[in-house]
Design a protein around this ligand. Structure first.
Ligand SMILES: Cc1cc2nc3c(=O)[nH]c(=O)nc-3n(C[C@H](O)[C@H](O)[C@H](O)COP(=O)(O)O)c2cc1C
Length: 367
């Protein structure tokens, strides 16, 4: 019987086990440049079959939080080179999460202190993280966005393509396109944020268009066998909602099947919260079946609130990979701990976003 600890081939990547580190924003990259401690942090966690980096901005416009890393300037690529080298030296594999926050941003983070961009000029009912001069995090309401003009969209697709190329230059093993959690691509997908009347709004096909153009461009640039995607069909994260997510995501997954992606990463329920939402039912098995029926062969990665027992059950039920977020913050050697099912360190939420080594690289490993 297949277990969590068995190797697996995921596209071009030969993974040592089926445990992934979920993407985790840590706000420790001043001027959007990953630091030496970033390399230490990821290398400490390199026994995961796959590390997915924290969300990484594809452009200045894509930024929505203080001290989040990017992949749009040479010094950022240099910073990431040290990270990927350290992970590879430790025997691990790492992909970067390509991120455009869309409306989940603040004017203070935007080029020319302008408005954040979005499918439609609808403010996200959520907060972003800004750091003060002492690096102390505060949660601040997002700024009112402006709607993207039709002729700006090719530039955004080009930014994803450039960032994917920069990821390869930086030594990453691949990329995960962030289409989850109420950020730009999820904003285009969902009716609560997209009221466009052009070819990028209205029907399911139109709302999926930008996402599918980005997928096509990234796959063309670096290869589908090094490209994955993250989806969150029903999460309310960052004030996002869709009127009818089941047909939307079954359509998206059927379209993705043709792209031969390395993996599809699905957040089940509310990110970091309940896995079932009474007001937002969703049939994940049906979504997966839609993908497989359309010929999709990518690894199916599940996330949200998994324990060892739940992960065992998921693998037994056919999941290819299970990603863990908060457990990896507090347990650099999570794979070893999962193997013996504990003990697990508790994470300190006050050091999740921003700061230095404390709560980042100083969690103890076993024995
Ligand atoms: C501190 C923190 C930062 C996060 N940053 C990201 C991110 O950059 N990109 C993303 O897709 N999800 C992000 N998430 C969500 C996690 O990847 C994951 O979906 C969530 O924590 C649920 O998984 P878990 O129960 O294993 O922690 C973040 C979560 C936390 C707690």
């Amino acid at each position: 019987m297949t277990t969590l600890f068995d190797p697996i081939q995921v596209g071009a990547l030969a993974l040592a086990n089926r445990i992934a580190m979920a993407p985790l924003t840590r706000n420790r990259s001043p001027h959007a440049v990953p630091q030496a401690i970033t390399a230490t942090y990821y290398a400490q966690r390199a026994t995961a079959g796959l590390l997915i980096s924290e969300g990484t901005a594809i452009s200045h416009q894509a930024q929505g939080y203080s001290d989040v890393p990017g992949l749009y300037a040479p010094e950022q690529v240099e910073g990431w080179k040290a990270v990927t080298a350290a992970v590879h030296a430790a025997g691990g594999k790492i992909v970067t999460q390509l991120w455009h926050v869309g409306r989940v941003s603040h004017t203070s983070l935007q080029p020319g202190l302008g408005a954040p961009v979005a499918p439609s000029a609808i403010t996200a009912q959520t907060k972003t993280v800004l750091l003060d001069a002492n690096g102390v995090a505060s949660f601040v309401a997002t700024s009112a966005p402006r709607a993207l003009a039709l002729d700006e969209l090719p530039g955004i697709v080009a930014d994803y393509r450039r960032a994917a190329r920069a990821a390869m230059d930086a030594g990453f093993d691949g990329v995960e396109i962030h289409a989850a959690n109420g950020y730009l691509l999820d904003q285009f997908l969902k009716t609560g944020a997209n009221e466009r009347t052009d070819t990028y709004g209205g029907s399911i096909e139109n709302r999926s268009r930008l996402l599918l153009e980005v997928v096509a461009a990234v796959c063309d640039e670096i290869g589908a066998d090094r490209t994955g995607i993250r989806l969150s069909p029903v999460t309310p994260a960052n004030g996002i909602v869709d009127a009818d997510p089941q047909p939307l995501f079954e359509y998206v997954l059927r379209q993705l099947a043709a792209h031969k992606l390395a993996f599809v990463h699905v957040i089940e329920g509310s990110t970091g919260g309940p896995r079932e939402l009474a007001d937002r039912p969703f049939d994940y098995a049906a979504a997966k079946a839609a993908y497989r029926d359309a010929g999709g062969q990518g690894a199916w990665m599940v996330n949200n609130g998994y324990t060892r027992e739940m992960a065992d059950a998921a693998v037994a039920a056919g999941a290819d990979l299970v990603s863990f977020g908060r457990p990896f913050i507090a347990n650099p050697d999570l794979v070893a701990r999962l193997r013996q099912n504990g003990p697990y360190n508790e994470g300190n939420r006050s050091t999740y976003y921003g700061g230095g080594e404390a709560g980042y690289t100083d969690y103890p490993a076993l024995g």
